[in-house]
Design a protein around this ligand. Structure first.
Ligand code: ZN
Length: 131
């Protein structure tokens, strides 16, 4: 099972499905993880009744940060913004399916922080958003 998940992370890092830009978009947010040099920008189109129609990311970083962003955005298509707001770090770790030390955890959770900061419309992506 470990090997399978690791292969997914490598595949999504090399060939992310949800990498791109949306212009126009309803929500955009970006932040970086200075510990590793990861940078993620997320753009979303949201329907009038509050559902994610399309979400993409752009940026650069390590395999974990990129794969995490790609898998996370895949998981939110068709979800309501309220559901996006209620995502937790456990949801991201479930998507990745591997154990992560504290440094790699920051990489894995950058996209969630960016996504939730955008969904909440707050000015800053704080760690409080990960709970
Ligand atoms: Zn990283």
């Amino acid at each position: 099972m470990d090997d399978l998940y690791r292969q997914i992370i490598i595949d999504r890092y090399k060939n992310p499905i949800f990498r791109g830009n949306l212009d126009p978009h309803d929500i955009s947010f970006e932040d970086d993880n200075p510990l590793c040099g990861d940078f993620i920008r997320i753009e979303m189109l949201v329907s009038e009744d509050g559902f994610v129609e399309k979400a993409v990311f752009d940026g650069h970083g390590c395999a974990i940060s990129i794969a995490s962003a790609d898998l996370l955005l895949e998981s939110i298509h068709g979800k309501s913004i309220d559901e996006v707001k209620s995502l937790t770090k456990e949801d991201v770790l479930d998507l990745l399916g591997i154990e992560l030390g504290p440094v790699r955890l920051k990489c894995a959770l950058l996209s969630l922080k960016v996504l939730k900061a955008g969904a909440y419309g707050v000015g800053e992506a704080s760690d409080d958003l990960l709970e």
